[in-house]
Write a protein that binds this ligand. Structure first.
Ligand code: GDP
Length: 390
């Protein structure tokens, strides 16, 4: 296995997200058969050879037993199923996720954000390798709502994760191209569950921090990490308002060479600033750390802090409380997504919308009047459809 630039369809791995460009680079999963690590309650490894699995459609049972046995070829295909927008696939994906649910939730979910160039992927390579060296199975996912435009930039061209991506105990998956953040978020949440069912006990979720994506990633992880670099003078440069209140640890990366002292000074400055801010997690004081992702210095300390966080929040009940809350928010956001889609795809709305839009632009309708007209159109359309039903 290796990182590979996809130049033609012949080389294209079958699970590349829809609509990505030719230059899309990713981790080509040739597949490791089996990989079952003896987790209690897990069924035996899949017996279907990878060659065959690649070619034909899999049954739901094959998806489920393959994922539970840690078969990476099937795991990749299961994620492709979750990412598909085809209605037939969505029903299968839902059933699969439902059946995998009892095997999920046993990981530590870590979100990682920071400006481009802060060193997120280098950090993930360092932390991921450290975790694998210490017996963990690490999955790396990305949430990048801009990926349709930037063509899967994060985790897409990351030859720097070469070592991690070639490890049997690591799994790297680029962002799904879902268009809107809601779509990307749903797919990533389900991908996270599928990875947990496959035995990955640490899930690292990287985001670029475009628009609301940090808030979205915060809503799917236990621990949220903000990666920064010591800037020239203004340490707060490039930090979006409010992001500090979302994170559980600020990590000053690149604390090496000439930059080491500056990074340490920045860390102290953050310790001071954090003192005045509301912590993201009740009962946990947001930490400020420094590390070097290239030398590995500070990586064990970062993992220690993450473990302390888990111990502290588990004993206070916050860990489970947050997960329950996140699940309920997830339900709410999916209902909203469903309603929005069904509203705008309704034939009556499709017909009425252009005229109402023109009315708003010409000043004929106020926005409130326009919204009211649309909702009535929708309700009348629904009523007509029900009446026409046999
Ligand atoms: P990302 O855009 O946040 O994913 O950042 P990258 O991981 O791609 O890193 C951006 C650049 O910073 C690359 O040239 C890395 O080699 C470099 N870099 C990342 N971490 C460190 C570090 O700890 N020390 C030094 N000196 N350079 C680093």
């Amino acid at each position: 296995m290796r990182m590979e630039t996809v130049k033609s369809d012949r080389q294209r791995p079958e699970w590349v997200p829809e609509g990505v460009a030719e230059g899309f680079t990713t981790h080509v999963m040739d597949g490791i058969e089996g990989g079952h690590d003896g987790l209690p309650g897990m069924p035996p490894p899949s017996r279907v050879p990878a060659r065959i699995i690649k070619r034909r459609q899999l049954s739901l049972d094959e998806y489920i037993s393959g994922v539970l046995s840690g078969d990476r070829t099937i795991l990749s295909r299961a994620i492709t199923l979750v990412e598909s927008n085809a209605p037939a696939h969505m029903a299968d994906a839902q059933q699969m996720v439902q059946e995998l649910l009892p095997y999920t939730g046993r990981s530590i979910r870590v979100g990682i954000t920071g400006v481009p160039g802060a060193g997120k992927s280098t950090l993930i390579e360092a932390l991921g390798n450290f975790l694998c060296d210490h017996g963990h199975k690490t999955a790396v996912l990305a949430v990048d709502p801009s990926s349709t435009l930037t063509r899967g930039s994060i985790l897409g061209d990351k030859t720097r994760m070469e070592k991690l991506s070639s490890r049997a105990d690591a799994f790297i998956r680029p962002s799904p191209s879902g268009g809107v953040l809601g779509g990307v978020a749903r797919k990533s949440r389900e991908t996270m569950l599928v990875c947990e069912a496959a035995g990955y006990d640490v899930i690292l979720v990287e985001t670029v921090g475009v628009g609301q994506s940090e808030v979205t990633v915060r809503s799917m992880v236990d621990f949220f990490l903000l990666v920064l670099i010591a800037g020239a003078g203004d340490e707060l440069q490039g930090i979006k308002k409010g992001i500090m209140e979302l994170c559980d640890t600020v990590l000053i990366n690149k604390a090496d060479g000439d930059n080491r002292l500056r990074a340490q000074a920045a860390r102290m400055e953050f310790v001071r600033i954090l003192h005045y801010l509301q912590p993201a997690t009740e009962g946990w004081n947001t930490q400020a750390l420094a590390c070097s992702s290239t030398t590995g210095e500070g990586i064990p300390q970062l993992w220690e802090v993450i473990q302390d966080f888990v111990t502290c929040t588990r004993s206070s009940g916050m860990f489970q409380q947050r997960r329950t809350l996140q699940s309920m928010e997830w339900v709410g956001s999916m209902v909203e997504e469903y309603l929005r889609t069904s509203f705008y795809n309704h034939p009556s709305i499709k017909k009425a919308l252009p005229g109402i839009k023109r009315g708003v632009m010409s000043g004929q309708y106020s926005p409130t009047k326009a919204a009211d007209l649309l909702v009535r159109e929708y309700e009348n359309g629904q009523k007509a459809m029900t009446e026409n039903e046999p």
